[in-house]
Design a protein around this ligand. Structure first.
Ligand SMILES: Cc1cc2nc3c(=O)[nH]c(=O)nc-3n(C[C@H](O)[C@H](O)[C@H](O)COP(=O)(O)OP(=O)(O)OC[C@H]3O[C@@H](n4cnc5c(N)ncnc54)[C@H](O)[C@@H]3O)c2cc1C
Length: 444
């Protein structure tokens, strides 16, 4: 039987995982085409002075079964470490801990009654099994009902802003249900009920490099540093800056706006196109700092102060350990936004300075000389906002064009964006594609 040529566009987690699945089946000849010089997409790494680490902060949670399975398949089990992660809150010029029961009792931003309401609200949400019932309610409306207006405004509204920017007002309640379930799961699984977070020694650089080697061993052709310019679905050709690739089937894993551009006029009008073009994508601007000294013992500091230009302070080395970056300290300052202006009118130097000045307001003892190096990274298409009824609008992986499939994070239903969900999605897409074409599926 002649092998089917499968081209996968986009070497992020979804693209790599799909290639991994296809490569298990000898009926396929697989080519993965990535525009960047390294694989991994948003999970990739880059240099920080003389070290390297994840471009964006990444941790594992105990229920990330797909990611843990991948780590195991790559032979990295003995490089996997778990740490109890502490959280802090910054508001009214105060930084306080919220990492255990005692912290909760003394937590100054809520009254006793509000704390009781918060606990019961979280317990109630964590017990909801099917989030699809929340598709038709805005997160603000639903959370206000569950927690009361005060608790919503004091705690949840700033937290939602930190993840969704102004997009919080258009987001459905499923988003917060999925987030609370994921984080609550991480706590309730551990014996001491503390939040445990995992990482692999060497970070995603280690995972991705070994994964890439394994893909090559399995026969996957990996093309890096080669952006795809267009896909001709009539002639079954993928055009890149320097080559043409012929395909029998193609799987696009880029964010939806890029997929729409690549397909151009070949994408017919209709519900599928409407879904792809109707998504409002959240983007992120993130400053990564390598510091000589630690800012706090917290992995994440949630910000109740809306005047700060970033939406969270993540001190990664409080989970991964300072030894990963030569005894220094790694801090990420993300700002999520849905507004196009933030990304099109972009002044790198100005934003960097604004972020550092604001960080010094939170930590006045931080001096300029403490900053070894800084990197600003921008991702315009992180994930679409989970708007009302979003889950019910997600189409199938097969586009209305023969042999053309799409799998990207806009298709994650009832879950937050994370690599575990991305891996699951890729497996489903690969299985579906194989079954559709009548080839023996590795799942059958
Ligand atoms: C700030 C931040 C923090 C995160 N933290 C965590 C975490 O702690 N835990 C966790 O599990 N997940 C985390 N994630 C999410 C995780 O990074 C994503 O789930 C994952 O990267 C999604 O992978 P993807 O393959 O769907 O998309 P992407 O990573 O976007 O991959 C798409 C790929 O397509 C490529 N591409 C685009 N256009 C073209 C073209 N024209 N030609 C060829 N290639 C193209 C891109 O370069 C990219 O490699 C985080 C994400 C961010 C942004």
């Amino acid at each position: 039987m002649k092998k089917q040529n499968i081209i996968i566009i986009g070497g992020g987690i979804v693209g790599m995982a799909a290639a991994w699945e296809f490569a298990k089946n000898s009926n396929f000849s697989v080519t993965l085409v990535e525009k960047q010089p390294t694989l991994g997409g948003m999970s990739t790494w880059d240099a920080i002075g003389q070290f390297h680490w994840d471009r964006y902060y990444h941790v594992l949670l105990s229920r990330d079964s797909e990611t843990l399975q991948l780590i195991s398949e790559l032979g990295l089990d003995d490089k996997l470490f778990w740490t109890t992660a502490k959280s802090g809150f910054f508001g009214n010029n105060r930084l306080v801990s919220l990492s255990g029961a005692l912290d909760f009792i003394t937590f100054p931003f809520l009254s006793l009654f509000q704390k009781v309401r918060l606990v019961f609200g979280i317990l109630y949400i964590s017990m909801i099994k099917d989030g699809s019932k929340l598709e038709k309610q805005y997160v603000r409306t639903w959370m206000t009902k569950v927690f009361g207006r005060r608790v919503y405004e004091r705690i949840w509204d700033p937290l939602l802003r930190s993840k969704l920017g102004k997009g919080k007002e258009e987001t459905s309640a499923v988003f917060i249900w999925a987030t609370i379930k994921r984080l609550y799961g991480a706590r309730s699984d551990s014996a001491d009920k503390q939040e445990k977070m995992g990482h692999v020694e060497g970070g995603y650089a280690q995972i991705l490099q070994i994964w890439e080697e394994e893909l090559i061993k399995k026969g996957v052709v990996i093309v890096k540093n080669e952006p795809v310019l267009s896909v001709d679905t009539n002639k079954n050709i993928v055009n890149t800056v320097s080559s043409k690739y012929i395909f029998d089937q193609i799987l696009i894993t880029t964010p939806s706006p890029i997929a729409v551009d690549l397909l151009g006029r070949d994408l017919p009008e209709g519900d599928y196109k409407k879904f792809l073009t109707g998504q409002k994508y959240l983007g992120v601007i993130c400053l990564r700092l390598l510091l000589k000294k630690s800012l706090s013992p917290y992995y994440v500091i949630n910000l109740l102060d809306e005047t700060l230009p970033f939406t969270g302070i993540i001190e990664s080395t409080n989970v991964i350990g300072c030894d990963q970056v030569g005894g220094n300290h790694l801090v990420y300052l993300p700002r999520y936004s849905v507004e196009e202006d933030e990304f099109s009118k972009f002044d790198e130097k100005k934003i960097e300075q604004e972020f550092i000045n604001a960080l010094q307001k939170v930590f006045p003892e931080l001096k300029k000389e403490d900053i070894i190096t800084s990197t600003l990274s921008v991702e315009r298409f992180v994930q679409p906002l989970y708007t009302l009824d979003y889950g019910n609008r997600i189409p199938s992986f097969s586009l209305p064009i023969e042999g053309v499939y799409l799998a990207n994070t806009s298709m994650i239903k009832n879950a937050t964006l994370n690599n575990n969900a991305a891996l699951k999605l890729a497996k489903e897409a690969a299985a579906k594609e194989m079954v559709i074409e009548g080839v023996n599926s590795v799942y059958s």
